[in-house]
Design a protein. Structure first.
Length: 163
């Protein structure tokens, strides 16, 4: 599969990487249908995020289809469409069980996702209005550079894999 890969400070490339595998019983594998460039990615590329190792696949926001789940995953099935937020909830801590959003425990803004999906599905909100650029994955390196340089109009970028 293709992925944007960190090779060193200022050096990212679109590479062929091995397909992911289930490593833990709580894992899920998602086939990405669209992804976004995030400001956090820029910290990684600039070297201001410690601990970045060459070979790290970038990207932590996206949407896609569940392909496979680990034995302990109970709330997803292959074929489910999912939103991958930049930060996620664990689903099992006390805060998640109570549906409480707090800067503690293992979760963050998960409780807002159902309301957001309802607005999108009801036609109240069109997520494409947030996007300022839609780019092919093959142009990801150039897209990161334009986003990083704050080129005119580059506010939220969606990367789409080839069909």
């Amino acid at each position: 599969m293709k992925a944007v890969v960190f090779h060193g400070v200022g050096d990212i490339r679109l590479d062929d990487v091995t397909d992911p595998t289930i490593e833990a019983p709580t894992d899920a594998i998602v086939r990405i249908t669209a992804s976004a460039i995030c400001g956090t990615d820029l910290h990684m590329i600039r070297g201001t995020l410690p601990g970045m190792e060459p070979g790290t696949v970038l990207g932590h926001e996206g949407v896609g289809v569940v392909e496979e789940v680990g034995a302990d995953v109970r709330n997803l099935r292959p074929g489910d469409r999912v939103v991958i937020a930049s930060t996620t909830a664990c689903g099992y801590c006390a805060y998640c069980r109570e549906g409480v959003l707090r800067p503690a425990g293992n979760c963050n803004h998960r409780r807002y996702i159902p309301n957001l999906l309802e607005l999108v599905q009801g036609g109240v909100f069109d997520p494409s209005t947030v996007l300022t650029q839609q780019e092919a994955l093959a142009t990801a390196v150039d897209a990161y550079e334009a986003f990083d340089s704050r080129a005119d109009g580059w506010i939220k970028v969606e990367l789409r894999p080839a069909a």
